[in-house]
Design a protein. Sequence first.
Length: 621
Amino acid sequence: MCGIVGYAGPSEASGRPLDVALDGLRRLEYRGYDSAGVALVTPGQGGVASAKKSGKLANLVEEIAAHPLPDATASIGHTRWATHGGPSDANAHPHLADDGRLAVIHNGIVENFATLRAELAADGATFLSETDTEVTAQLLAREYRAAGDLTAAMAATARRLTGTFTLLAVHADAPGTVVGARHDSPLVVGIGEGENFLGSDVAAFVAHTSEALELAQDQVVTITATSVDVTDFDGTPAEGKRFTVTWDAAAAEKGGFGSFMDKEIHDQPQAVADTLLGRSDAQGRLVLDEVRIEESVLRAVDKIIVVACGTAAYAGHVAKYAIEHWCRVPVEVELAHEFRYRDPIVDERTLVVAISQSGETMDTLMAVRHAREQGAKVLSIVNTHGSSIPRESDAVLYTHAGPEIAVASTKAFLSQITAAYLLGLYLAQLRGNKFPDEVGVLLDELRDMPRKVRTVIERGEYVRATARSMAESDKVLFLGRHVGYPVAMEGALKLKELAYIHAEGFAAGELKHGPIALIDSGQPVFVVVPSPHGRDQLHSKVVSNIQEIRARGARTLVIAEDGDDEVRAYADEIFWVPRAPSLMQPLLAVVPLQIFAMALAGAKGLDVDQPRNLAKSVTVE
Ligand code: M6R
């Protein structure tokens, strides 16, 4: 939630600080788009200049074009997902204090803001907005008047705040300096040549440098053009952790597609292939060096709990079927925000697997902390380097999906399933549930999936045409069984968040226990049909379910495997996917559902990359 960018450049004022801030905001806008704003340090021009506007970044750009800002030496920029105070111009960041000489931007929620506001008001401060951020700006101004040093003032401010925050500040007295602080909210440093950067994530600065520094919790960072200094909140010097960003800026562009989501759907074969890459030895045997948890501990694990939210949780649901089947160890999947508050039974023999694209989802981060406090080992499956969840886990398995910018997750889902399958196979091998050659066969099946995913994408036009013809739908149901069940839930989530249509995913077998009452004439129902070659007669059971709903008037839209002639007779529309082993089918079956939701939202004239009320990275609980 909220995108933050900071830049410190040469002492000669220029247009670059503004350009870097606006470019960073453009790349971070997926984190929130209720308002946008910048502040520039403009030596010789009155100290600090700022502009802010409610709505999307385009409004700010228009505002600056109409009222140009002066050249500068440093900048901060903010794109907002509103928490305290609605999305108005007044509540937009930056917030100013110290007679307009200090500007502050913030991501997170300051929980003690009411107390602090009362304290500052009693001290004579006046407030122009309803935000908690303006309170931090006034507090920072007071600390600055006392300390005469922006870094020390930031540390003192941070010590007074409760809740979650990343703060960036510039002051007219420190023309080439940006100071930041973080507590339970993301902030990374970009190390340039003769210039340095700050960002909520590396997308903010990857166009300028791929060298980065990860900050730990509760640190203050001060950047100038030539220096990066890190301290703890008590002022003790500290070190960040250097890393190199492995994708380039082009990966975070649309690459000729009409939307990031469309591009990211097309990225999926590569995302799966890259997640598999480098994870086997010369003999093709699975090697997961990143799993830095002692083998004896992993052998002793008697329960796995997956914690995640949204799409990542559905990836966890899919993984449950595979891991239990391969490893014969019970797997629970828990929404991260429920896990921590229900007194879960967790101990040293529990392996908690946290799945998160952003690595910053606060609910998941809190679940990770809770699990570790209870003595469990935590392995995270994360896409974003330099983020909080891997840093707080015992081990991390990175997905290599590249940047996912569209708010609706697509390639993250496929790469999370892939990584979780690798983990499952690794555990099966380690615990002796599978011989290496059996693991090898399953790995080969996985390695064949990018090709099959590409085939599904190539068949997308029929899905798009169907979606366009259904733009007036107001309720769509999704059914699946076994691994098809989480796919159905993911299909429904895509449609809800992109097209604002009421959509529900059900276990097909559950239908007759209630939901079938929802079916009336013409009701669209997607059905994910298992492979006719799979086990347990699941295929025929789902075909029966299709007949039951069709008999009640449903319009059936069926995802079926190539050559499944039996289902043909019961489908109003069929979206064919290549033949694959049952456990691999989710990687294929979800793709038409993604394309359908995107196309239907497009047909309704909606913004598929930035759906209303949402933000990509949910960094508040
Ligand atoms: O970054 P994370 O994977 O932790 O995010 C979890 C969910 O917020 C995310 O998957 C969300 O549900 C997506 N918008 C769904 O498309």
